[in-house]
Design a protein around this ligand. Sequence first.
Ligand code: KIV
Ligand code: ZN
Length: 515
Amino acid sequence: MRKIDVFDTTLRDGEQSAGVNLNFEEKLEIARQLERLGVDIIEAGFPASSPGDFKSVKAIADLVKGSSVTGLSRSVQSDIDAAWEALKGGVDPRIHVFIATSPIHMTHKLRMTPDQVIENAVASVKYAAQKFPKIQWSAEDACRSDLDFLVRIIEQVIDAGASVINIPDTVGYITPKEITHIFSYLKENVPNMHKAKLSTHCHDDLGMATANSLAAIEAGADQVEGTINGIGERAGNASLEEVAVALHIRNDFYKAATGLTLKEVKRTSSLVSKLTGMVVPNNKAVVGNNAFAHESGIHQDGVLKEKTTYEIITPELVGVSSNRMVLGKHSGRHAFKDKIRELGYTATDEQINKVFKAFKELADKKKEITEDDIFALMTEEKIGAAVQYYEVDSLQVNYGTMNIPTATITMKMPDGEIVQEAATGSGSVEAIYNTLERIIASPVKLLDYRIQSITGGRDALAEVYVKVRFDGTETSGRGTAHDVLEASARAYINAVNRILNRRTRELDPVQEVKL
Ligand code: KIV
Ligand code: ZN
């Protein structure tokens, strides 16, 4: 069976999605889960782009043992140096260096001639080869490049030391038939192509990223790049879970497989969705909430008689749980700890103790605690792991159809002082946000607000996602609570705390390397 390497760029291309700002702890949590999922390569970030990216790429490279960790680099020595400093502690360090090769990019963006681009690409690969045992080279906007120019440059970068050649469809322009032609052409015409692997990296602007990735695999790509849930710049990247499950289910056709542990797919998708705030559409292939729901009577009847009538993927294959009740009011700390481990979380004893307390509080209010509830409580703890500048101490809201909603909030301030404020609004959430803004004493613009329940049932946990602009910076925030108003307040304060945490990091950049 042909083995297709999976290169995950959720933490680099995925993090370039508008409005997504993962913090250090969140990136580490996602990297751990990607390792559990079994991706071959994790692109952890772009080390030269910021001290924060450098720090997280380094931490992920040092932590992850089951996947190779890589970082993006432009074709400049200082980027390659920063990438080496960040990645050298990893088990299988590799660099991902790129330069654009299409006439549009070379003329208007790089302002370089094709020969200058070749010279630059070869020099950067040679420079990287002095440090890195593995080099992946990417031809940005490859799918709009001249094929014979691609052949020339690829031959030379392979001679210079590149062992993976990535062919991105940077702007999501190509069709399956055309990408088949590109990969076949390169296979046939690059004289030393047998010395390197070909890789595909598709964007989804025309909704063809998965189809194009699969076509590239059919035509000879031995590595596929993409993100979980297909998040990424503009319309996003190819969804890795779709490609992997397509290869698995249509193995008879593709005769190729990834090494992914498919039962980790759903959990990975949920984690990425929660931490990025990018909601997975209900009808999304493989991981959407409705992906296994049979609604019409005829379909239900068919599935009851024989599942395969309408079900080509079983929910169990991708780890969709039946969301059974897992723990109850009387469950002890030991059983709880085991459940956390079983769910795949790595947590310190202190974190487990905190979440256990939250679990007990929830168990007093909610009859059945499901895996999804525990997952939500644990994620909430992880999200809150950074410094809590502001902490809501207590919240009271007066609401009635005949009076003006008023919120009263007691808050622990960054200097430890306890402050109480009240404000009104046209609704309860607005009253809360007006009060919080008054306490913070600085304008916080609410750009987006979304709410959903974690499970079904009236007693379900509520999860609120907000996007705010505070002090010139945009970020998202999330809050989970049994009550929707408390979850709303938490999400807002989480967003403000995230901005303050990021600011502190920027003022106190990583010391290990001078970028
Ligand atoms: O889409 C693209 O071209 C990229 C490269 C940097 C590999 O993400
Ligand atoms: Zn990309």
